[in-house]
Design a protein around this ligand. Structure first.
Ligand code: ADP
Ligand code: MG
Length: 275
């Protein structure tokens, strides 16, 4: 973490009293949440607890019924189209289904946001795209391949490279390890930590992958009953006796994931660094 303990952290995402309803179905009730600059912030919660909706609200794809959301200091309420576009360029999103265009090569896919939003020439765009490809650990030759030729893990990396194309300050990941074999999933841990530590990105991810959460999350918010049940580091969450939180740490998978980390309480600043 790059936030010293005695400095007030810089809040880059701030949700105050957010309420969301679909018809009579209440998804968020007076929900409050703050994400600090430079952290890996995870959102967990049962299926249907409103995680994806929350992410969609933060990235301007859905408007809550009430409450206030600020991203990078900008109030999302009543933004002009121009201001919304400007803000959208400051974050990258990797959706659960990578969403690469099948008719474009990997390099062309990564370059797409640059083609749309900058005046850079083809050569510069290819150079930047190649750098992003390398940042996500893919070999240069993958750039010439088409999405259908990639494994699930490579596809996720390529989608991540595209999310990084415009040098975002914020990166949103929805289930970055879902559907990956254990080896590819383990690579995602390192990747996320590198992006935070080398490039200073703030990363918000939705995940129920306990291995990933233990390895990379600085803080974890647990969604349940329409609100945030708690925000804490995994070591702290694992010790809580809250009925909305407990289920995540129970069962064989939860125990196996916990067994993979030392049972001592590491200082927060180092607890999430790779071993
Ligand atoms: P999660 O990602 O935590 O599984 P979601 O945010 O996708 O949950 O959904 C939360 C609840 O809101 C679910 O009950 C879902 O059915 C409902 N919901 C989400 N989007 C819509 C929508 N566009 N219209 C109606 N209901 C929705
Ligand atoms: Mg979801």
């Amino acid at each position: 973490m790059n936030v010293a303990a005695n400095i007030v952290p810089d809040i880059v995402i701030d949700l105050q009293q957010v309420c969301t309803r679909f018809g009579t179905h209440e998804v968020h009730r007076n929900l409050n949440l703050q994400v600090r600059r430079g952290e890996v912030f995870a959102i967990i919660g049962g299926s249907g607890s409103g995680k994806s909706t929350l992410l969609r609200e933060i990235i301007l794809l859905h408007q809550p019924n009430s409450g206030r959301i600020k991203v990078l200091g900008v109030d999302l309420n009543g933004l002009s189209r121009a201001a919304a576009l400007k803000l959208r360029l400051r974050w990258g999103v990797m959706f659960q289904k990578g969403g690469l265009f099948g008719s474009l090569t990997v390099l062309e896919n990564i370059g797409l946001p640059l083609r749309e939003h900058t005046k850079l020439g083809d050569r510069e765009i290819d150079d930047i795209a190649a750098k992003k490809l390398a940042m996500t650990g893919l070999k240069p030759e993958v750039g010439a391949q088409y999405p259908a030729q990639l494994s699930g893990g490579m596809m996720k990396r390529a989608a991540l490279a595209r999310a990084l194309a415009l040098d975002p300050e914020l990166l949103f990941l929805d289930e970055p390890t879902a559907g990956l074999d254990p080896q590819s999933a383990a690579g995602v841990d390192e990747l996320v930590i590198n992006l935070r530590d080398q490039f200073g990105l703030t990363i918000v991810m939705i995940s129920h992958d306990l291995d990933l959460l233990w390895q990379v999350a600085d803080r974890v918010a647990v969604l349940g009953e329409g609100t945030v049940q708690g925000v804490a580091a995994m070591v702290e969450l694992a010790q809580l006796d809250n009925p909305s939180i407990r289920p995540f740490f129970e069962g064989a998978r939860g125990r196996a994931a916990q067994a993979g980390v030392p049972p001592i309480s590491l200082p927060k600043e180092t607890s999430s660094k790779p071993k």
